[in-house]
Design a protein around this ligand. Structure first.
Ligand SMILES: Cc1cc2nc3c(=O)[nH]c(=O)nc-3n(C[C@H](O)[C@H](O)[C@H](O)COP(=O)(O)OP(=O)(O)OC[C@H]3O[C@@H](n4cnc5c(N)ncnc54)[C@H](O)[C@@H]3O)c2cc1C
Length: 461
């Protein structure tokens, strides 16, 4: 099987992205650059994009172990949202109310920034800014919906940012079963993520940014990126490896990779879409503890994902972990539970990938001026747009520009290390099980379950 055929099989998105997936040239020997970036996902590529915009004379080199867009960036759920893994309350406690609000406003603006850049640069990523609807399908879920809106109001976000939906309003957006209400925010677009990632890599190459593919970085140190067949010497070195970070020396406990899994249906008939709705392609979920997420694609499928796959001992990441038949089967059942009209639905694609979680559940971006080493990540499942904010921020930090972005509270934030094994393995998997159990219990009894908050406390989320 050719390399390109292998990469096509990574996800529905890779299977349907235009252009070749044949890897580009690899690094051989030693090269000099102004900025070396490890990882050609959206964090690495947005950083390169904004650096090139700021100063087209800068030489920028990306080293990618597989191909650009191989990781989470090419295979996610396609929610380009304003979600940030740390809540407003948590950011307030960390950095104060004003900083918390500034962070959330920056996220909202970031959604529009991604939309504007893709239009300006001619990247057709099937952009549809239909917002997000979170359905509430039990009294406890409705209570959580109210709490979410109340928290937003406390920080001054009004009806145009987030609003509570009646059962009828929620049903008008999507024909989901057992709906009691929901929450709607306009700050989200549904996109085809591999079209964004591959479009960005083509654009960067056309602007003389170098992307070495099939180039595994073995070590990062000040001024130096080392691979088996060469090295990049650069004043600035950026680590943009998210869920794969624990594979780098010295970073085993910096981030944990937790798998999120996804299925895609065959294109659905117009009759079925008449019953499901989602006409403006709002992304959707409900308010259970163990996250689920879906989108109506531009070609009339449902792409639907969720957590629930186990965490692997030692923060291991392997291609075989992308496939968990029991979780795929649960996802299909949950989709049918949400939309009973899908009882005979055909699933054409099933895949997964690692998301990156910091110990305190707070994403961060930063550049150490002493070493010239920068990083961004810990986005949990909210990195699709956050990578763009990270890229713009890193560009400002590298070029020494003091801006509103470089003053946001996640800049320079240092999360604590994760626990050593086996505590890490035991704690995370117990937590994942507790959340599943809490959802089942709530569905059965109609009462909130305390089990999920135990997980929240362990993770600091
Ligand atoms: C299944 C799934 C669904 C998701 N859904 C959503 C969603 O709907 N909305 C949302 O906002 N977020 C979502 N996310 C999260 C989001 O996709 C990520 O947060 C984001 O893409 C991270 O981008 P990144 O560039 O930092 O990391 P990645 O895209 O993972 O890129 C890291 C790159 O580094 C490379 N690399 C790693 N180690 C090395 C090395 N040693 N040498 C060279 N290269 C290396 C990898 O091959 C990879 O290409 C989802 C993630 C997954 C897995």
């Amino acid at each position: 099987m050719s390399e390109a055929t292998k990469y096509r099989q990574l996800s529905f998105w890779h299977d349907s992205v235009p252009g070749t997936l044949e890897p580009g040239p690899s690094l051989e020997g030693t090269v000099e650059a102004d900025v070396a970036i490890v990882g050609a996902g959206l964090t690495g590529m947005w950083t390169a994009y904004y650096l090139n915009q700021a100063d087209p004379g800068l030489s920028i080199v990306l080293c990618e172990r597989e191909i650009a867009g191989f990781g989470a960036s090419g295979r996610n759920g396609g929610w380009c949202s304003a979600l940030f893994p740390a809540s407003l309350g948590k950011l307030d406690r960390m950095a104060g109310r004003e900083a918390a609000v500034a962070m959330y406003e920056a996220m909202q603006q970031t959604v529009n920034e991604v939309g504007c850049v893709t239009i300006k640069e001619g990247i057709d990523c099937h952009w549809a800014k239909g917002g997000t609807v979170q359905f509430a399908r039990s009294p406890t879920q409705l209570e959580r919906a109210r709490e979410e809106v109340d928290e937003a109001r406390l920080y001054g976000f009004g009806e145009t940012d987030v609003r509570l939906l009646s059962a009828e309003e929620a049903r008008d957006l999507g024909g989901v079963s057992d709906v009691l209400g929901g929450v709607y925010t306009p700050h989200c677009a549904a996109i085809h993520p591999a079209r964004l990632a591959r479009g960005l890599s083509d654009l960067l190459r056309s602007r003389d940014v170098t992307i070495f593919e099939k180039t595994e970085v073995q070590r990062i140190s000040p001024g130096l990126v080392e691979t088996a067949s060469g090295a990049v010497r650069a004043r600035h070195v950026i680590r943009a490896t998210e869920g794969y970070t624990p594979g780098l020396p010295g970073l085993r406990r910096a981030i944990v990779p937790v798998y999120s899994l996804v299925i895609a249906t065959a294109p659905l008939s117009e009759t079925i879409w008449d019953q499901i709705g989602l006409e403006l392609r709002p992304t959707f979920s409900d308010m259970r503890h163990l996250i689920i997420y879906g989108q109506r694609t531009a070609d009339g499928r449902l792409v639907f994902g969720g957590r629930g796959a186990p965490y692997h001992f030692g923060s291991a990441v392997r291609p075989s972990f992308d496939q968990v038949p029991a979780v795929f089967s649960d996802l299909r059942s949950t989709l049918i539970e949400l939309f009973p009209v899908l009882r005979d639905v055909v699933v054409t694609h099933a895949w997964g990938g690692p998301i990156g979680i910091a110990r305190d559940w707070c994403a961060s971006v930063g550049l150490d001026p002493a070493t010239g080493i920068g990083w961004a990540g810990g986005y949990v499942g909210d990195g699709l747009s956050t990578t763009n904010l990270a890229g713009r921020t890193l560009a400002d930090l590298i070029t020494g520009k003091d801006s509103d972005l470089t003053r946001l509270p996640w800049v320079g934030h240092r999360s604590p290390q994760w626990e050593p094994e086996p505590l890490r393995w035991a704690g995370i998997n117990a937590g994942l099980r507790a959340m599943t159990w809490a959802d089942h219990r709530e569905a059965r009894t109609g009462r909130p379950s305390a089990a999920a908050s135990v997980f929240g406390r362990f993770l600091g989320g």
